[in-house]
Design a protein around this ligand. Structure first.
Ligand SMILES: Nc1ncnc2c1ncn2[C@@H]1O[C@H](COP(=O)(O)OP(=O)(O)OP(=O)(O)O)[C@@H](O)[C@H]1O
Ligand SMILES: [Mg+2]
Length: 421
């Protein structure tokens, strides 16, 4: 049997925490059997390595390994993705298609975010687990498959069962063996080790000297909660590696990169506030964002018209209402100056020599582009901040964060992936 150390090396797992070692040991022990395994642990703890270890150390290693992100597949297509469909089963099903359970016959399927599976899919999954049988969508023919299932979740499955979102019988069937990966805050000794590893990786990647924590910064790193676990630690290491000129990182510099540190907290949000304060502030923030977005769209419209016509007074006359909306009554005179500056926007396509030789006008043109970009970026940043903040407040529990943000869990999930949170 391969040693735990060798496995860690092979799968790029850093850390010596006894609980992490135990999890890896369990994966090694259970690999040669066909037992279903449920990997549990908070978001970002490193659950995804476990099914890979299990597959690679099993007799199925020459078979297929398919990782399915149950949370990211729309509810309407997940049955077809997993079990396939017959030609004509639904609009757009122009051909018979094999699902993952058919394709991975003889191999392993990793069902990530298994708690997100719709109930109807759970019924189908239970059947495959019990007797290897499944039916394609739109078919009546029972098919057989021999697939090993490893599932993972970062939600509390007992909660999901209590709320009747997850079948209890399926839960027990999936979790014959439960492998728990502890959160980073319970692996204090590993935190600095991981930070050093990521720092050296990013130094290589960005061709810069490796950052190093000052002595007084190390305890701050170790005491932080790391709600986003290793994924968050790696992001912090990356940000610091890219942004800090001084490669020795002091305690206060580090603090600035941690949520609750001064650099990272959106000014209007304060963790000590009550729930309702928070949602009021959120509403205000949303309102500001929507207003900004709407102004931006109006500005885009005006800019386009100016670019097309090149005649400020004509555009001004046609868009009086809009201009007033963006600039307000009192600003009306000032805006004209700004717009006169931007008059050159109409020129690029029919540019003459003068335009190209006039650096000043070219600068203005770029200035207009930058305004637009910066506004968009700040919207993006605010969204990211709100999501981060809400996840922090709810210790990474997506359901609660999604409810608070007023978006569906699925949307939140996609955003987390999109921003690599
Ligand atoms: N022990 C470790 N050593 C090095 N890198 C790690 C370790 N654990 C996790 N990582 C890295 O951290 C990131 C997050 O890990 P992973 O994707 O496995 O998280 P997860 O538990 O599946 O989270 P989620 O529930 O959000 O999907 C990955 O890039 C992974 O490579
Ligand atoms: Mg994962």
């Amino acid at each position: 049997m391969e040693s735990i150390q060798a496995i860690k090396q092979r799968f790029g797992i850093i850390g010596n925490d006894p609980k992490l070692n135990r999890a890896i040991e369990k994966a090694i022990q259970v690999a040669p059997t066909d037992i279903s395994v449920l990997v549990t642990g908070e978001s970002g703890v490193g659950k995804e390595s476990i099914p890979k270890i299990i597959h690679q150390l099993s007799h199925r290693k020459h078979g297929k390994y398919i990782a399915v992100n149950c949370g990211a597949i729309p509810e309407g297509t997940i049955d077809s993705e997993l079990f396939g469909h017959e030609k004509g089963a639904f609009t757009g099903a122009t051909q018979t298609r094999s699902g993952y359970f058919e394709v991975a016959d003889g191999g392993t399927i990793f069902l990530d975010e298994v708690g997100e599976l719709p109930l109807t899919t759970q019924v189908r999954l239970l059947r495959v687990l019990e007797n290897g049988e499944f039916i394609k969508v739109g078919s009546s023919k029972v098919q057989k498959t021999n697939v090993r299932i490893v599932a993972a979740t970062n939600v509390n499955m007992f909660d999901a069962i209590k709320k009747e979102k997850f079948r209890e019988d399926l839960y027990y069937r999936l979790s014959t063996v439960d492998i728990n990966i502890p959160p980073l805050r319970e692996r204090k000794e590993d935190i600095h080790l991981l930070f050093r590893k990521f720092s050296s990786d990013f130094a290589l990647k960005y061709k810069m000297p490796t950052i190093k924590l000052a002595d007084d910064a190390v305890p701050i790193l170790q005491k932080h909660r790391w709600n986003g676990n290793i994924r968050q630690l790696r992001n912090v290491a990356e940000q610091i590696s890219v942004l800090e000129q001084n490669r020795t990182i002091s305690a206060s510099t580090l603090q600035g990169y941690l949520p609750n540190g001064s650099n990272n907290l959106p000014a209007v949000i304060n963790t000590s506030k009550s729930e309702s304060d928070f949602s009021n502030e959120r509403e205000i923030l949303y309102k500001v964002l929507f207003d900004m977005k709407s102004d931006l769209n109006d500005l885009k419209k005006l800019t386009m018209e100016l670019m097309k016509s090149g005649n400020v007074s004509e555009v001004e006359k046609d868009n009086e209402g809009l201009i007033q909306k963006i600039y307000g009554e009192s600003q009306k005179d000032n805006y004209t100056e700004e717009f006169e500056d931007l008059e050159v926007l109409a020129i690029p396509e029919q540019a003459d020599e003068d335009y190209h030789s006039d650096i000043k006008t070219q600068d203005k043109y770029h200035f207009a582009e930058e305004i637009e970009e910066e506004e968009t970026l700040s919207l993006h940043d605010k969204e990211l901040e709100l999501i981060k903040k809400s996840l922090e407040r709810h210790q990474g529990k997506r359901k609660l964060a999604a409810a608070e943000l007023g978006i569906s869990e699925r949307t939140l999930y996609r955003k987390i992936k999109q921003y690599d949170l």
